[in-house]
Design a protein around this ligand. Structure first.
Ligand SMILES: [Zn+2]
Length: 275
């Protein structure tokens, strides 16, 4: 499942590939991809729409159209965008297809079929069911140390589980939550509400650092919509400090990294330097 940094890469690739293009025709081929819109309405509403920009909120991709409309896309497990020449056969699992005015075709492919789309008026975007529950963006001015401290202080959950809740702290999935806690030298099992001020400062810094690194690292890898499509960078291609390193030495102290299942997800941590 792509995490926030990977979605950011997809957004950047889409932005450079389709901004300024007009959708000549659109086709919803799998109704559940856009469950709130009928196939006919999808085609009618998107025909002639100009793509004015591509942005992101949480893991939602916002394809901004003219006339104040936004196509909201969530990739979920396997959703990806591919751009193909107009005369090429559609790839497998093409669930939504956008024919563009430069004779290319933007295709939303999704093998597992969990990806979702919705069309929302821009003025109602912040209040949409999808976005209104999300916590502030990690790089926004709202996400401050006092803000994080307040969020943590209200919870009896473990800090790892709280970090995974996108309505509380946005941006960290299972990989980056483990990585951020390692960087902050914080036990994943610590009760969120009992974490000291000094540790909240470390955690706040670690969250931003981990996400910044991941976005910067990914941007050196080419995401080409024309080739493999916007599939995210697999975790196996990256070096993690603790994630998927069970039994290997900690990069800081040499102790063996441990893995524990926490809330149904694997948590990786160093038992010595994360306390
Ligand atoms: Zn260690």
């Amino acid at each position: 499942m792509p995490e926030l940094p990977e979605v950011e890469h997809v957004v950047r690739a889409l932005r450079s590939a389709v901004t300024g293009r007009t959708i000549v025709a659109a086709q919803l081929r799998l109704p559940r991809t856009a469950p709130l819109i009928s196939n006919r309405s999808f085609a009618r509403q998107l025909k002639g729409a100009r793509i004015e920009g591509v942005n992101r909120r949480g893991k939602y991709i916002l394809i901004e159209l003219n006339a104040g409309r936004v196509l909201l896309v969530h990739l979920r497990m396997t959703g990806k965008f591919v751009r193909i020449p107009g005369d090429q056969k559609l790839p497998p699992y093409s669930h939504a297809v956008f024919y563009l005015d430069d004779d290319s075709v933007l295709v939303f492919c999704d093998m597992r079929q969990f990806g979702r789309m919705n069309l929302v008026p821009a003025t109602q975007l912040a209040e949409s069911a999808e976005l209104r529950i999300l916590a502030p963006e990690p790089f926004s001015e709202t996400f401050t140390v006092p803000h994080l401290r307040q969020i943590l202080s209200r919870s009896h959950r473990s800090v790892k589980q709280l970090l995974l809740d996108q309505t509380k702290v946005l941006g960290l999935g299972n990989i980056y939550a483990s990585e951020a806690l390692f960087l902050a030298r914080l036990s994943p099992f610590a009760e969120a509400g009992r974490i000291s001020q000094a540790r909240v400062v470390r955690l706040h810094e670690a969250i931003r650092q981990i996400l910044e690194e991941a976005i910067a690292e990914g941007s050196t890898l080419r995401i080409d919509l024309d080739d493999e499509g916007s599939s995210y960078i697999g975790s196996s291609e990256r070096f993690w400090r603790v994630y998927e390193r069970e039994g290997e030495p900690c990069v800081r102290c040499g102790s063996k990294i441990r893995r524990v299942v926490q809330g149904g997800r694997s948590t990786y941590f160093c038992p010595k330097c994360q306390r």
